[in-house]
Design a protein around this ligand. Structure first.
Ligand SMILES: C[S@@+](CC[C@H](N)C(=O)[O-])C[C@H]1O[C@@H](n2cnc3c(N)ncnc32)[C@H](O)[C@@H]1O
Length: 196
């Protein structure tokens, strides 16, 4: 089962500088996104080769940017929050690539323009079955999807916008329980369910 995660950072800057000393404040809740990378990719020793995560940086000036961490190829990234945020900061030093152009910054770390619509297009072309994570959805049963490539979309601390909901309209909403929890916890729970 190949696993993808996509998280939308509504205020996380797509351009400019990342303030490593204030990921939650002046970096637009980038802390939420880097915790998601940590939960998605890092094992006790090593990286999950079957998992990718795409950060959607929708805030700041200029066009939105997507930063894609590819578990099967990623090298030289450490699991602490500042190190992961530093990788995002490196991407921000280059202009946002055109939509449809994916540029590799270093092994397993890519960036591109666009938003969730483009990520969903790519997943669809690659045969990934996409789900929206929502506490009000239906329970996710990993047994129903064994052997499938699955992708999960989650938001940061803010609700999805109307236009995001429009782009994701046809997708099934899956719940991990009625209580809203943090995004990185959702990822850990999904990994556990699929690992088991
Ligand atoms: C901190 S929550 C966001 C809460 C935000 N106030 C909202 O209304 O969307 C971050 C994301 O985690 C996912 N999430 C949180 N709790 C969940 C649950 N119980 N089941 C499924 N997904 C959940 C959702 O995708 C949510 O957008």
């Amino acid at each position: 089962m190949n696993r993808r995660f996509a998280i939308i950072g509504h205020r996380a800057p797509s351009n400019g500088k990342v303030n490593l000393n204030d990921l939650a404040g002046s970096s637009g809740r980038l802390d939420v996104l880097v915790r998601a990378v940590n939960a998605a990719l890092f094992l006790s020793h090593g990286i999950r080769k079957d998992t990718d995560i795409t950060l959607h940086l929708m805030g700041g000036e200029g066009p939105p940017r997507r930063v894609w961490f590819e578990g099967s190829r990623l090298r030289g990234v450490h699991p602490d929050e500042r190190a992961i945020a530093g990788q995002v900061g490196k991407a921000l030093k280059s202009p946002v690539p055109a939509i449809g152009r994916m540029v590799e910054l270093h092994e397993g770390l890519w960036h591109s323009g666009g938003g969730i619509e483009q990520t969903l297009d790519e997943w669809s072309r690659e045969g990934v079955r996409a789900f929206v994570l929502d506490a009000n959805g239906v329970a996710f049963d990993p047994m129903e999807h064994s052997g499938e490539s699955v992708g999960f979309i989650l938001s940061d601390d803010q609700p999805f916008t109307e236009s995001e909901l429009g782009a994701m309209g046809a997708l099934e909403k899956v719940s991990l329980g009625e209580t809203w929890i943090q995004g990185h916890s959702c990822i850990a729970i999904l990994h556990h369910a699929m690992d088991s």
